[in-house]
Design a protein around this ligand. Sequence first.
Ligand code: NAD
Length: 303
Amino acid sequence: MKTVIIGAGAMGSLFGSFLSVSQEEVWLVDIWEDHIQALVSTGLTVEEGGKKQTIPVHATKEVASIGKADLILFFVKAYHTEKAASDALVLQKEGTVFLTLQNGLGNEEAICKQVDRRNVMLGVTNHGATLLGPGHIRHAGWGKTYIGELDGKVTPQVTQIARLFTQAGIETEVSSNIQSLVWNKLFINVGINSVAALTGLKNGRLLDYPETLRLMEALVSEAVAVARKKGISIEGNPVETVKAVAEATRENRCSMGQDFDNRRKTEIDAINGAVVREAERLGIAVPYNQMITDLVKVIEKNF
Ligand code: NAD
């Protein structure tokens, strides 16, 4: 299976490293010149637990030079998905699968605007990675990956991709209710990311103050109400899950926090902003998510 990863940052490179070791042809595509040059000349260096290994990979800025692909995997930030999907159209042939494992909501819609939704798959991954510099990432955390067809059918195509990922060392399961998994992961980002970004705190410190706890609970409860109204199945108690994740990742500065620290655009529109959009469609008020989205967006505008 010829695989092309669009967005070879932290996560795209991580998946690229696993797949390149086990698969025949995997291409990493990115618009960042220095990174692509480093990948082509030196390879991809993956750091983990104090150890480093450098893996040879195929990488390019020129998506049109690759030819046709069987699988296109999106790992750009959510606000780049629409452009990335349009760039990827040149790779399409009959049966090409477009898979997004990005966080938040809206990526599926951005891809489906340009591609027949029967060729689009969705997923979530519990791996974590950090970009350290051109051609250099840290594998920050391991976890399961889930993928699924949008209509929930367990097709030979989705099963084949899960097998391929698992054989490459990315433990992957097929889900017949991937939307539910996407929402249940969204609750975690909804409860942690914007609060950590605005307060400048690491994840675990959010649990140390009644004020941040109250905010997290309100944000997640609103998102859960929206999900319930949409008929999404909810796993366990999402507020408690979010607190447990903040505790388990106590020393982490979340991705939106890192974006704030580096004065970069955030994925707020795919996280709390997405809850606001969905709530508007359903006629539900989500004042905490509305306010935190507005605050993050105003601060972003002044970066
Ligand atoms: P990143 O910023 O490290 O990488 C994104 C890359 O996309 C950048 O290198 C950028 O240059 C590239 N890019 C932008 N537009 C492009 C285009 N049109 N074509 C090709 N490349 C393009 O981001 P990341 O941390 O790897 O996150 C990617 C996605 O995965 C996000 O949605 C994020 O929420 C999600 N995610 C991240 C983690 C993590 O631990 N980092 C874990 C799970 C999910």
